[in-house]
Design a protein around this ligand. Structure first.
Ligand SMILES: Cc1ncc(COP(=O)(O)O)c(C=O)c1O
Length: 451
């Protein structure tokens, strides 16, 4: 029998996170102050984040130690299995070998607690008693609710209204860990009230929810903000995924030809792929593919420019691929991939053509999800299924070319809270959506005029 699950023991949980910043082909453009457009200094971030996370955000150290208290909570579900998708390979009749790293085994069901846990830990260490955050699909809010609970912190979650309505049980899940959850935009913050005054039926967006959570943190001394993606320190924490995957592939003597992950803000993709970037930058034959929805085509159709991270201009201005911070994406069923921008380092690597970006339609994504479910027996999150769709496409390409490729994708989460989306898919109600060019140009016209 071929090995199907490649497992590590708890002592293999990485002891350090990998920081790609010193290894990038060129330095990142500096984050700018949202009002003056001057480079920001770390002290300006102090009302928002604890100092240790600010240090990690700007760190040039390649390896950063993982505190024992964080590794002890990681032990609840890490190391995660790397699974050979033999049944999917058979169904596709492909000579490719397909592996997936199963991050859906964590308590909240995704990769998100890999960073939620250290973020809660450093806040606790620095005497903070409450965390405020946004959530799209509900995965990040669930992860932070779990992590806050593990360290005895309170947690307030601003959940994008359309997801709040689509996924009522995500709210119950967060409440089970003691978090309070509000549908954003709310009338609890100035940013929320301003949006509601313009559009009382606004479905919300991650940009709006971020504004609300940041405002909440800035206005309360005992509270800090926590972000589930995009920032350097978040991507850093996620590298436990790729570091374990490297070890697991080595155990079965495999070298990946193609790595695939979905991209919302870029954290699961980066955490999975960055530990392999060195090989790529040394000129090895490795393709690294980032997958996004056609409805929110940040990397494939966005503009590479400085933009705000949120709607109310409270966050630093970052150089990134962006659809414009005023972009309100259609209510597609991959709530976690509906962000207008993406992580700076990822955007730089896409710009330098070290990472490929592709966009896929949601019906193709759900077709792939169901094929995966019926072969591998796991119902994936709609976000994750973007990666699956491209893994299947590449496996079929390998078949057409008669090549034995090794394809590895990150299974960023399970879809057991996404059954409403699956219902709509089975009812034939899911629409494919291309973001209209005029709307994109309208949003891009509102980019900050920097430099
Ligand atoms: C299961 C899952 N995968 C992927 C993502 C996308 O986020 P990121 O690009 O930060 O990994 C999300 C975000 O909510 C998610 O819940």
């Amino acid at each position: 029998m071929d090995t199907r699950k490649i497992l590590l023991s708890e002592k293999d949980i990485p002891q350090e996170w990998y920081n790609i910043i010193p290894d990038l082909p060129r330095p990142l453009d500096p984050p700018l102050h949202p009002e003056t457009y001057q480079p920001i200094t770390p002290d300006l971030l102090a009302p928002i984040f604890p100092m240790e996370l600010i240090r990690q955000e700007v760190s040039q150290e390649r390896w950063i130690p993982i505190p024992d208290d964080v590794r002890r909570i990681y032990q609840v579900w890490r190391p995660t299995p790397l699974i050979r998708a033999t049944a999917l390979e058979k169904a596709l009749k492909t000579p490719a070998r397909i592996y997936y790293k199963h991050e859906g085994v964590s308590p909240p069901g995704s990769h998100k607690p890999n960073t939620a846990v250290p973020q809660a830990y450093y806040n606790k260490q620095e005497g903070i008693s409450r965390l405020a955050t946004e959530t799209g699909a509900g995965q990040w809010g669930s992860a932070l609710a779990f992590a806050a609970c593990m360290f005895g912190l309170k947690c307030t979650v601003y959940m994008v209204k359309v997801s709040y309505q689509q996924k009522p049980y995500r709210k119950s899940f967060m409440q089970s860990f003691g978090a309070e959850v509000f549908a954003s935009p709310t009338d609890l913050t100035d940013s929320g009230r301003a949006i509601l005054a313009e559009d009382p039926d606004c479905p919300g967006s991650l940009g709006i929810a971020i504004s609300e959570a940041v405002e909440d943190a800035v206005k309360h001394d005992d509270t800090r903000y926590s972000l589930g993606s995009v920032l350097n320190h978040v991507l850093l924490h996620q590298t436990v995924v790729g570091l374990e995957t490297e070890k697991q592939l080595a155990l079965v003597d495999e070298k990946p030809d193609i790595l695939i992950g979905c991209v919302g803000g870029g954290s699961n993709f980066a955490g999975f792929a960055y530990p392999f970037m060195k090989r790529k930058m040394e000129g090895n034959d490795l393709r690294i593919i980032a997958v996004e929805p056609t409805a929110c085509p940040t990397l494939t159709r966005g503009c590479y420019a400085y933009d705000y991270g949120d709607t109310a201009h409270l966050t630093p201005v970052l150089k990134q691929y962006t659809l414009g911070h005023t972009f309100v994406p259609p209510g597609i069923h991959a709530g976690g991939l509906r962000y207008h921008g993406a992580a700076q380092s990822l955007c730089l690597l896409v710009h330098e053509k070290l990472i490929e970006a592709v966009a896929v339609y949601q019906t193709k994504v759900f077709d792939a999800a169901i094929q995966f479910t019926r072969t591998e027996g796991l119902l994936p999150a709609p976000e994750t299924s973007h990666a699956i769709a491209v893994a299947i496409e590449e496996a079929l390409r390998a078949k057409a070319e008669g090549k034995e490729k090794v394809i590895v994708f990150n299974c960023s989460g399970h879809g057991y809270f996404d059954l409403g989306a699956y219902d709509r898919y089975f009812a034939g109600e899911l629409m494919d959506y291309d973001f209209p060019e005029e709307k994109l140009q309208e949003a891009l016209a509102k980019l900050p005029k920097v430099g």
